[in-house]
Design a protein around this ligand. Structure first.
Ligand SMILES: Cc1ncc(COP(=O)(O)O)c(C=O)c1O
Length: 477
């Protein structure tokens, strides 16, 4: 079953994207009214609206109140979308060692143009407010918090996280939440709760390098699923895999995956959950980018669609507020007991003070204002970065169009070697992430990821132009 062709609103959405790509619909052009398009295509008004909304959520269209839908300006670009990779049809052991450590090392080197690590600019974090909350907690109850906190985490923080769960469309109680050391520990706890050494885990391809590192250390094999740069993984491919091979779990981004920025449509998510449930394979979802959406509403994570029946939800504050606090959380549902035992074994509990400070910040109610502001900044950064890429990279370059998050994925012709560019770029004081670290089998050597998490500056713009020049020179050889 290929669910991607099953829904009429998706077919209409694909048609519109094709028209934009061919130049038939220019940036800023007004689309026919929902009523007109429903008549032209003999579909219901709600189906037509669903297509427009889907494209709005993907950043392809913008809605103007009382006026209609328009082609987004950021799509001005002539650059095509990256292709959907056809990964190997076998699970493979992961060998990514060293890549994560190298990326982190470059991230802390302030002399480099920061296009490598996917972290938000320090200037975009609410550091002053967090400092005050931390100082307040230390001043008022420092001695009390210099003790082991409950293994599940500070109750105040769990309460705030549970309150925010309303925004993702899923009711959680503070008891459903366990605080972790970032999303990284949440993913490790989840994987060790459901899988054993040698098991196969189905993942997106390309996928987040840190997840690959975790799989490698845990001795788990990866089955890389073809992942469309806008629509995410192909449900049909997952279904074929589950019919042929034992799979211990599937790990997916809830939306805006790293590095593609793709987001699955809700209907595809439901289809995927049904396939997994039929084969009794648990889903571990990673929602670290979920709050950074550019569309009208936050895409629903899987847990909100299956009520948590078969889903382990992992997230953190690292991409929006406090990467250095190392605070994430997990809602493990049926696996809560196994996860708690592993938390006790791996780290007993987390540090109390940062948890109390973060709870204080969340309770102050300013987090949503902060999120609104960084969403616009990241969206703007991505648009500027896309323009800079169009102006300076080889014309065959393909680039992703994420509707959330803050990374771009670039695909160049096969003969391009992003490792060679990486070495040259470092000599020019520029850092980026080479494509091969996003695959268990070190594929994607002709691709690279650029982070737009830093405030836009001449240094960033010049860095991209310099990368483009170097890439052109390499291809001209
Ligand atoms: C998709 C994804 N998941 C998890 C993480 C790690 O999150 P944390 O810093 O909260 O451990 C990252 C960081 O880059 C990421 O991109």
């Amino acid at each position: 079953m290929d669910t991607h062709t099953s829904y009429r609103y998706e077919q209409l959405a694909d048609l519109i994207v094709g028209m934009i790509d061919k130049g038939a619909l220019a940036p800023g052009a007004r689309l026919p009214s929902v009523r007109a398009v429903s008549e032209q295509h003999s579909i219901s008004i709600s189906t037509a609206l669903q297509a427009y909304r889907l494209l709005e959520d993907r950043g392809v269209l913008v809605a103007r109140p009382q006026s209609g839908f328009y082609v987004a300006a950021a799509r001005r670009g002539a650059l095509a979308l990256p292709s959907t990779a056809r990964p190997r049809t076998k699970a493979s052991t992961v060998s990514i060692s060293g890549a994560v450590a190298a990326l982190l090392e470059h991230a802390s080197n302030s002399k480099l143009v920061p296009l490598g690590c996917a972290v938000p600019d320090a200037a975009l974090l609410q550091s002053k407010r967090l400092d005050l909350a931390l100082a307040r907690a230390a001043r008022q109850h420092g001695t009390r918090y210099n003790a082991y906190c409950p293994a599940q985490g500070e109750p105040g923080l769990r309460r705030e996280i549970a309150k925010r769960a309303m925004r993702i469309g899923h009711a959680l109680s503070p008891d459903d939440v366990l605080i972790t050391a970032g999303c990284t520990e949440a993913l490790t706890l989840a994987l060790t709760a459901v899988a054993q050494r040698g098991d196969t885990i189905a993942i997106e391809s390309p996928t987040y390098v840190g997840l690959l590192h975790t799989l490698e250390v845990l001795g788990l094999k990866a089955f890389e699923l073809p992942t469309n740069p806008t629509r995410g993984i192909e449900v049909g491919a997952l279904e074929r895999l589950l019919e042929t091979e034992p799979v211990a779990a599937c790990v997916l981004s809830s939306c805006f995956n790293n590095p593609l920025g793709s987001a699955m449509a809700e209907a595809d998510k439901r289809a995927l959950l049904a396939v997994l449930a039929r084969h009794a394979v648990p889903l571990i979802e990673d929602d670290v980018y979920g709050d950074i959406y550019f569309g009208r509403e936050r895409p629903k994570p899987f847990i909100a669609l299956d009520g948590g029946a078969n889903t382990i939800y992992c997230s953190s504050f690292s991409k929006s507020l406090a990467p250095g606090y190392r605070i994430g959380w997990i809602a493990a549902g049926a696996y809560a007991q196994q996860v708690m035992e592993r938390k006790l074994a791996f780290s007993l509990c987390g540090p109390a003070l940062p948890q109390v400070a973060l709870a204080d910040f969340l309770a102050s109610g300013t987090y949503d204002t902060h999120l609104r502001s960084i969403r616009r900044i990241f969206e703007d950064n991505l648009a500027r970065m896309t323009c800079a890429i169009e102006a300076s990279f080889p014309p065959e370059t393909k680039v992703s169009r994420p509707a959330g998050g803050f990374v771009l994925w670039l695909e160049l012709p096969r003969r391009f070697d992003s490792r060679e560019l990486f070495d040259q770029a470092l000599e020019h004081g520029i850092c980026f992430a080479p494509g091969d670290v996003f695959s268990a089998g070190r594929r994607f050597r002709n691709c690279l990821r650029l982070s737009a998490g830093h405030l836009w500056s001449k240094q960033v713009e010049d860095g991209i132009r310099q990368l483009g020049r170097l890439a052109k020179e390499m291809l001209a050889r």
